[in-house]
Design a binder for this molecule. Structure first.
Ligand code: FAD
Length: 457
């Protein structure tokens, strides 16, 4: 399509599409390398899944006794959140509203130009190079021009519209990971919930999988029949107060700085789960709210501690675990993770397990992880460099990885370092007048370290 008549809404050295975790880290990192940076974000706030889909806490790397952040920006975000009571547990457990505010402040302080309420619609490719993105906002359609582009959309929207190749879904079934619409319940009496959990454990004679204390709780029931909560869900289903899907995945966490609240990692949907299909996203929003209301009525009727509870928030953004993954110079495999492969150009270290919801892991490779004395896998810089392009990076959950590998590296810990690495690399490419492919990823990691990023030896 010819977009040459469109007005130019903005122009920058580096254009980031999507202001989620990876996009924001990319933009801050690039701006702090002295580049002009624009973020185009469809919603009215930054943080993406972590804030608008209410996804917290940040998962631990699962490296025994260590939790490298592989990011310098992560430390600053934690310090800023701690200063306003917005996080606990070393930054892992955060308030999503305050996270938005901190990310927005950090972007503007770094000089990043924000285009919120601005939806990416198409890519302009001239002579094989991406030259602009086409966006839509209150001013209609327009162009944002750039020299380097970073796709932080979570779905690889820019890469796909520019013509990059991608994979999508479980190769065995063609289906994506389940999606969720998360919510927050307030005014829970945790002392009463703790008593209820103790009573239930004694009555059913099995552990609940829940840990309730005087001012908080962690609750979990994942349809494996083990938790005592299963019996309560089954009773409610038999009486018509719940439907079986309500039991499929149920989990709740406390939120930093919000007493009497739990953030629920559900309801989860197993059909119509394509995060790039507007019908599926719409259906999840509409049905999800009905499920949330039904689940609160269930808590009130069957549990103790929820008598005066209410719904504080239902996510404005559907929680998409996995959609597209872009083909990059290196595509991570399950073997890379399970064999704990190390890369010279790595930017991230993690041992977070393979985490495919609703599916027991079935690999035709040895699922026993290798033990080389360094219990983590690494993600190489090349998995951010989009194949076939000289000025385009992919970051976050849709970087170059096969389905099984993606299920582990999709956590926010990895998304953060992928953004930071891409932002610095985009700036270095411009400074040196070279393409992303010509960059030595080791050099980017050294810049990350010089700015305060921590890695394991
Ligand atoms: C239900 C659920 C539970 C999870 N649980 C955990 C957990 O407990 N801990 C953990 O660490 N990780 C968890 N994850 C994974 C993790 O939260 C995400 O993978 C990660 O936050 C993704 O970051 P991202 O930057 O790649 O994408 P996102 O944060 O999703 O950012 C993408 C951004 O791009 C914007 N965007 C998309 N398309 C366009 C467009 N066309 N135009 C303009 N803007 C656009 C979006 O609005 C969004 O702001 C969970 C994920 C889900 C869905």
């Amino acid at each position: 399509m010819d977009y040459s008549m469109l007005p130019i809404f903005g122009e920058a050295d580096i254009v980031v599409c999507g202001g989620g975790t990876a996009g924001v880290f990319a933009a801050i990192a690039a701006a702090e390398m002295g580049k002009s940076v624009i973020i185009a974000e469809q919603f009215g706030s930054l943080g993406g899944s972590a804030t608008n889909a209410l996804v917290m806490p940040i998962m631990h790397s699962h490296i025994p006794d260590r939790n490298p952040q592989c990011s310098y920006i992560a430390h600053i975000v934690r310090e800023k959140l701690e200063a306003i009571g917005g996080c606990i547990n070393n930054g892992a457990n955060f308030d999503p509203l305050l996270m938005k505010a901190v990310l927005e402040e950090m972007c503007t302080d770094a000089g990043v130009k924000l285009f919120l309420h601005t939806f990416f619609a198409d890519a302009v490719v001239e002579n094989g190079a991406l030259t602009a993105i086409v966006v839509a906002n209150k001013n209609g359609l327009g162009l944002i021009k750039g020299k380097m582009f970073i796709d932080g959309s979570g779905d690889g929207d820019v890469c796909v519209r520019a013509g990059a190749s991608y994979t999508k879904g479980n190769p065995e079934t063609g289906k994506n990971q389940p999606i969720s619409l998360r919510y927050i319940i307030g005014n829970i009496d945790f002392v009463a919930l703790k008593e209820y959990v103790q009573e239930l454990t004694a009555r059913v004679g099995r552990d609940t999988g829940a840990y309730a204390w005087d001012d908080g709780a962690y609750i979990d029931c994942t349809n494996d029949g083990k938790s005592a909560f299963n019996d309560v869900f089954d009773e409610a289903i038999a009486k018509g107060d719940l439907v079986p899907e309500d039991k499929a995945y149920w989990q709740g966490f406390v939120i930093a700085g919000r007493p009497k609240c739990l953030a629920f990692n559900c309801p989860e949907f197993f059909d119509d789960i394509d995060g790039t299909n507007p019908d599926h996203l719409t259906k999840t929003q509409v049905l999800g709210k009905q499920r949330v209301i039904r689940q609160l009525q269930f808590y009130k009727k069957y549990f103790k501690g929820f008598e005066n509870a209410y719904i504080c928030e239902i996510a404005s953004m559907v929680g998409v675990r996995e959609s597209r993954n872009i083909i990059t110079e290196y595509v991570l495999t399950a073997e890379d993770l399970l064999l704990r492969r190390k890369f010279d150009d790595m930017f991230s270290q993690s041992n977070y397990p393979i985490d495919i919801h609703g599916v027991k892991l079935r690999c035709d490779i040895n699922t026993q992880v290798a033990d080389d004395g360094k219990p983590w896998y690494e993600i190489p810089y090349r998995s951010l460099v989009v194949k076939g392009f000289d000025n385009l990076f992919i970051t976050g959950r849709c970087l170059g990885a096969e389905f099984i590998a993606q299920s582990s590296l999709r956590i926010q810990l990895s998304a953060r370092s992928s953004g930071e690495c891409a932002g610095i690399a985009a700036a270095v490419a411009l400074d040196k007048g070279i393409t992303p492919k010509e960059i030595d990823g080791k050099e980017i990691r050294e810049i990350m370290i010089s700015k305060g990023a921590d890695f394991l030896d």
